[in-house]
Every structure is written in C-alpha cells, then in structure tokens.
Design a protein around this ligand. Sequence first.
Ligand code: HMG
Ligand code: MG
Length: 315
Amino acid sequence: MNPRNSLPSHVEIVEVGPRDGLQNEAQPVPLDIKVDLVNRLSAAGFPNVEAAAFVSPKWVPQMADSAAVMARIQRRPGTVYSALVPNMKGMEAALAAGVGEVVVFSAASEAFAQKNVNCSIAESITRFRPVAEAAKAAGVKLRGSISVALGCPYQGAVAPAVVADVVRRMADLGCDSIDIADTIGVGTAGAVQAVFEASAAVVPMARLAGHFHDTYGQALTNIYAALQLGVASFHASVAGLGGCPYARGATGNVATEDVLYLLHGLGIATGIDLRAVVEAGDFITCAIGRPNNSRAGRALLAKWAAEQGEPACAA
Ligand code: HMG
Ligand code: MG
C-alpha cells in the first residue's frame, strides 16, 4: 500500500489494444501492423499484452490471423501474451500458438451471452470446463472475463449479486484472475464499488481486475474508485481504441496513456514506460487512420512536437 494515499503501491496494467482495440475495425488491419503494435507494447514493459482472440472468424473476422500474430511477435521475457478462447477449438489453436494466458469470457446478462457467444451463461461455463482443464494441464494461466457487469445494452441494469454469482462460477473453474468488465462504459463510481465489494465477498480482491470502457467518460473515475477498494489490476487500450462488435455504440477501453498518467501521478508504480506507450498510440492511430482518443497521449505528443519544432501526426 502507498502510505501517501492508502492506494496500492503497484498496479498491473493489461494492455488490451491489440485485441479489444482492433477487433472492431471494419477494414482488415495488416498483419505487419498488428505485430509491430504488439512488439512496441511489449517493449514499453507491459506485464500482459492481450494480443489475440482464437474465436470464430465468422463472428470476428479481424481476429482471424491471431495464430500468425502470435507466431511473428518478438516475445519479451516478463510479458505474458494473452488471448481470448471461447471453446476447445480456440483452445487447441491458442496452445499451438504458445499463448501464455487463456481468457474465457462470459457475461453477467443472459441476453449479452447469447449475442456474444451464442449460448447461455451456464452453457458457456460448461464449455469452458475442458478449456480450463487443458490450461491447467499445459501450465498456462487462466483468466475469466465477465462482460456487461455494470449494465447490459439489451437487458439494462445488472445487479452486483448477479455479477458475484458469475465470479463464483469463474472461480470454481479455476480462473487465476477474473475481470469485471463494463463493456458499454455505463458504470459510475458508486456502482463500480458495489460490484467489486460483492465480488470480493466471493474471491479475494487481489484476483479481480477492472476492465472499463469509456463511453460515458467515467472510466478514469471508475478506476480511482476501484483503487480505493484495493483493486490493483486494470485493463486499458492504447490510444483508447476499440469497442465491442456485440455492443453497438460502445466506445473503446479507457486509454492506457491516460491511466498511466493518473497512476504515475499518484506515485503508483506500473513498470511501464509512458513515453513508449504514447509513441505506440501515435503509431497505431496513424497506421489505421483513427483518432487518438487518449487526452494524455495527444497532449504529450503536442508538447514533444513543440519541443522538437515538428508537427505531430494529424490523426
Ligand atoms: P457458434 O456459431 O454457435 O459456434 O459460435 P459453432 O460451433 O456452430 O461454429 C460456427 C463456425 O465457427 C464453425 O465453422 C466452427 O468451426 C467455427 P463452419 O463449420 O461453419 O465452417 N468456430 C471456430 N473457428 C475458429 N476458432 C474457434 C471457433 N469456434 C467455432 N474458436 C462461438 C460460438 C463462441 C464460436 C462464437 O460465438 C464466437 O466465436 N464468439 C466470439 C465473439 C467475440 O469474440 N466477441 C468479442 C470478444 S468479447 C469482448 O470484447 C468483451 C471483453 O472485452 C470484455 C468486455 O469489455 O466486456 C472481453
Ligand atoms: Mg472490452
């Protein structure tokens, strides 16, 4: 704990830009760009980069080259390369690709589970059982992700007790860590604390992570609210890229650069080089022609460009 502010002294950031950030892009992002992005993020020092998704290419075409991405990246010791896996078919591909952490994903609403994985929450958990066993047998980490934990685009409000029940089912599967995901970015600070408190009654807070999208501009505040409860693992997407193909209108995850700026300002260590992340954000937004949604990223790029007397990328 940081004695200055009673917040965690170290926080883990999982960089989800290469997966959550790019999965929603309608135009195929060239393989070289994906590989370059993952390499830049690894070099910035992330302990975990979510690099791929071994899902059906009929459902998410952008992730169809996940095996090629995993084959071509330079693996940095100290970085775990994680990937989404919805079933045994995906698990076989993920293991063959040398994934270090497998992410099984379900939802806190039946309606969203049907849209995203085409089955009920209970069926998804049954489908994950052999995936979890295979992960344990192979010695790879297992993470569970719970979508729409703060509100569902199809169903509306989601009760913290319902989220906690899915947390319990993920824990029973053997998940080492469990993500509480605000897929559509509707949560506010009090609601976030209520969900984490309910979930921490089931598993220790140290096994929970916050995955916040920034649709309503609440994500940084929500991270701060979770930090106050001792949550010490968060997901973020470089340049705030992304959205969910099955949650219309949802914007990207909170921008990694903004999260790092907040955490480092609070004296919280992350082990991540903010400058390298800002440069990676500039690289990917220029490469795919997207706006850079990181406020800190844009401000730092403008500052550095002014110092060098150079124009920043216009993206
Ligand atoms: P289905 O259509 O019910 O499954 O989809 P199926 O078994 O009938 O398979 C359909 C076709 O896909 C078949 O091909 C399978 O072989 C193939 P066909 O015989 O027609 O040629 N297939 C696969 N191919 C490659 N890899 C696989 C795989 N599985 C089947 N693993 C399924 C069910 C779960 C597969 C599908 O719904 C799916 O892939 N869903 C993934 C959706 C997704 O990736 N959503 C975005 C990620 S979740 C997210 O963004 C939220 C998160 O960020 C947290 C948050 O913010 O909330 C994590
Ligand atoms: Mg997401």
